[in-house]
Ligand binder design. Structure first.
Ligand code: GUN
Length: 291
């Protein structure tokens, strides 16, 4: 069994990006600039955004963090998005999700100029991704593809089961894994209503678990030699930890790992790669390599 080290892979990629940025700046080019909007004080979002700002530093990017309280109106937030759309120094930006309930998330996503949509959430990027055109690919699926590539894991013609149908992970992952230029696999998507989920998993060469239920994938669902990618990051209470919780994946790691050929741990698997892909997208945006 090979443990896929997302932390190390992400560190390698960030060092590669930092080198490219140093070269660009040495030639008199512009330093890439990522901005992030964070609304409210959700613990998970605070951590994600802090890690994104830190990653910008590691890559030699400029970063701007714009923070607003929960009571910001939709109109005010749309105005902030518009300011970033029109700021020539900002190459790309994200609005950290989830947003408070009084704000229409989709409206905000659609207000982002798709040329700067480094999260790849705008329908133009999603649509272009679905038909294999150049676009910003959302960070988690992109990070998973990168891990599969860097570990030289063959996917062409394999049976890939994706657990979960979210717009951020499940749906784009399915699109990418089926496309000839990416996964080139036979893809099945299972979700909370799938009646044959366990059977589908048992037949899978690759399982990508993004269902958000801690330890959902158990040993009886996994074929010997399967490749397991765990996207889960549920916070479960743990009094032995300083923060009072630990991150728990969607896979029951201890019993599943011995069966696998490759597996990602939680933490230290997909998570660090997600942020790394956002950095790659920001570099691409600053170089106008996509649009
Ligand atoms: N919330 C959870 N994941 C993400 C992400 O990748 N981007 C943004 N903007 N919000 C998120």
């Amino acid at each position: 069994m090979v443990l896929i080290d997302g932390k190390q892979t992400a560190a390698t990629i960030k060092a590669e990006i930092a080198q490219q940025v140093a070269d660009i700046v040495a030639r008199g080019g512009k330093r890439p600039h990522l901005a992030a909007i964070l609304v409210g004080h959700d613990g998970g979002s605070e951590t994600y955004v802090a890690n994104k700002v830190l990653a910008c530093k590691e890559c030699g990017f400029t970063s701007t963090l714009l923070r607003f309280e929960d009571d910001i109106t939709e109109e005010q937030l749309l105005h902030e998005v518009d300011k970033l759309n029109n700021d020539p120094d900002v190459d790309g930006f994200i609005v950290q999700l989830p947003l408070p309930r009084h704000i229409d998330e989709q409206k905000v996503i659609e207000a982002i100029d798709y040329h700067k949509d480094v999260d790849g959430f705008h329908p133009i990027n999603v649509g272009r991704m679905a038909i294999g055109l150049p676009c910003f690919i959302s960070a988690t699926p992109k990070g998973i593809l990168e891990l599969l590539q860097r570990y030289e894991i063959p996917t062409s013609g394999k049976k890939c089961v994706i657990l979960g149908r979210s717009n951020i992970v499940g749906k784009p992952m399915a699109q990418l894994m089926m496309q000839k230029q990416y996964g080139d696999a036979t893809v099945t998507v299972c979700h909370s209503r799938s009646t044959t989920l366990k059977d589908e998993c048992r037949q899978a060469d690759i399982i990508i678990a993004a269902i958000g239920q801690p330890e959902f994938v158990t040993a009886d669902m996994v074929k010997k030699g399967a490749i397991i990618i765990d996207v889960g990051t549920t916070r479960v209470p743990d009094a032995t930890r300083k923060k009072g919780f630990r991150l728990c994946g969607d896979v029951k790691f201890d019993e599943v790992a011995p069966l696998c050929s490759y597996i990602t741990p939680v933490p230290g698997g997909v998570g660090p790669m997600t942020i790394c892909s956002l950095m790659t997208n920001t570099l691409l945006a600053s170089q106008k390599k996509i649009f």
